[in-house]
Every structure is written in C-alpha cells, then in structure tokens.
Design a binder for this molecule. Structure first.
Ligand SMILES: C[S@@+](CC[C@H](N)C(=O)[O-])C[C@H]1O[C@@H](n2cnc3c(N)ncnc32)[C@H](O)[C@@H]1O
Length: 228
C-alpha cells in the first residue's frame, strides 16, 4: 500500500472506500469483473490516478464513458481542485456513480447520463478523459466538440496507442488538429506506466469546405438567418 499512500496522500481513506465499494457492489452489479478485485489498486485506481499528472490546476474535466468511475471518480478523489463531469449513457452505471459521489461526499463531481456524441451543446471543458471506451478515431470525433479551444483529449490507451493515433489521422485532420502526443505518466508508481494519447483542440477551428466542414458559432447564426 506504500505507492497508494504516495499517490493518494490525505485522500487515501476515500480511495479505500471507493475500492471497497467497487469490490463489493461493483462486482455484484456486474460493473467490474470478479477477477479484477485482486488487482484493483495497481490496474485500476493507481493506473487512473496518475493521469492527474497531465491535468492542469483547476481544470474542468469530462470523463467520457465513466462506467464504474474510472478514471473520473479516482481523479476527483486525488485532485479536489478539478471539476469533473462523469458522462455515462447507462442508467445502471449512473445510479452506481451517484451512489459513490454521495457516499464519498465528492463536491467536485457531476454525474450526467448521456452519450458523448450528443453532449456538445451542454459541455465545453478543458480536458476530456476516457479509458476503454472506443478506438481513438471514434473517441476524437466525440471528444473534440466537447473541448474549449486549446482543450485536450487525454485518452488512456495501452500497447495500441501509436497505432490508434495513426489510424485516427484522417479524423484529426478533419478537425484541424495539429498537436498530438504520446505520453507516459506514473513512472515509478505503476508498472507499466500509463500511456496517454494527448490530442489538442485547435484554438481557432479552421474552416473546411465540403463534407465534414466544421461549423463555428458564428456560422450557425448566419445559416439560421439565411433560412428565416
Ligand atoms: C468498457 S466500459 C469502460 C468504463 C470505464 N471507463 C473503465 O475504464 O472501467 C465503456 C463505457 O463507455 C460507455 N459508453 C459507450 N458508448 C458511449 C458513448 N457514446 N458516450 C459515452 N459513453 C459511452 C459504456 O456505457 C461503458 O460504461
């Protein structure tokens, strides 16, 4: 438990209660496999907590496809300065998430039931996180519209990170993305370190012609005017 107390610090008791709830209700309700219980800390809690290394102070974060709260709940525990929205379409899972938020009295978390591809009108955040939700190509399509200009998608990916980044190039190009990076967080805390694909949303969406053109707010107003 040495690394866990190093990673969670004063928040370790909260992380322990969350781990117990995952091992108990999480397994019972099929949100986490029974075989995961023995490796909850290393493979889930610590692996997710170290993502905080890549998140700036006070950021607004959406965790896409949060499931049982990974990495969103863990980030909320380890970084009370963050405001975190857990975005999850399945009622069974949002119910679980709401119970966790209440049990741990997390004041920096909002649970929202919905699909990422339908959330762009309601959400505009600094950071989008996701673990085990969709290939980067699809994830980028969902996440980029949820980000403020200059915001970042931090996708937790394993060995296929570089391949997924390569495969996502056409989509990233369509969104005018110029900055991407593979980074490792949690060195010396978790083995192997957690691999993140970082995708930065452009400050000014570049206008594109033809199919898939990005429409800025001004464009939407103009086209509404034209049709009235
Ligand atoms: C394999 S689980 C991973 C859950 C959690 N992130 C983790 O690592 O344990 C994938 C999650 O993505 C959610 N999901 C699927 N499609 C989604 C979408 N379009 N928008 C947001 N979440 C979605 C699912 O309901 C599910 O909870």
């Amino acid at each position: 438990m040495g690394i866990a107390s190093e990673v969670f610090g004063d928040a370790l008791p909260l992380a322990e209660r969350y781990a117990e709830f995952l091992a108990d209700a999480g397994v019972e309700r099929g949100l986490i496999g029974p075989r995961e219980v023995d490796r909850l800390w290393e493979r889930h809690l610590i692996n997710c907590a170290v993502v905080e290394e890549a998140i700036p102070e006070g950021a607004e974060v959406v965790d896409i496809g949060s499931g049982a709260g990974l990495p969103g709940i863990v980030l909320a525990i380890v970084r009370p300065d963050l405001s975190i929205t857990l975005l999850e379409p399945l009622l069974r899972r949002t119910t679980f998430l709401n119970e966790v938020v209440e049990m741990l009295e997390l004041e920096n978390v909002e649970v929202r039931r919905g699909r990422a591809e339908e959330a762009a009108r309601e959400l505009s955040v600094d950071i989008a996180t996701a673990r085990a939700v969709a290939p980067l190509e699809r994830l980028a399509k969902w996440a980029l519209p949820l980000l403020r200009p200059g915001g970042e998608l931090l996708a937790m990916k394993g060995e296929r990170a570089a391949t997924e980044l390569e495969e996502a190039q056409p989509v990233l190009k369509r969104f005018g993305v110029r900055t991407t990076e593979l980074l490792q967080v949690g060195r010396g805390k978790v083995e192997p370190p957690t691999t993140l694909v970082r995708v930065v949303a452009e400050r000014e969406p570049r206008r594109q012609s033809g199919r898939g053109r990005l429409v800025g707010k001004g464009d939407a107003k103009r086209s509404r005017k034209r049709s009235s």
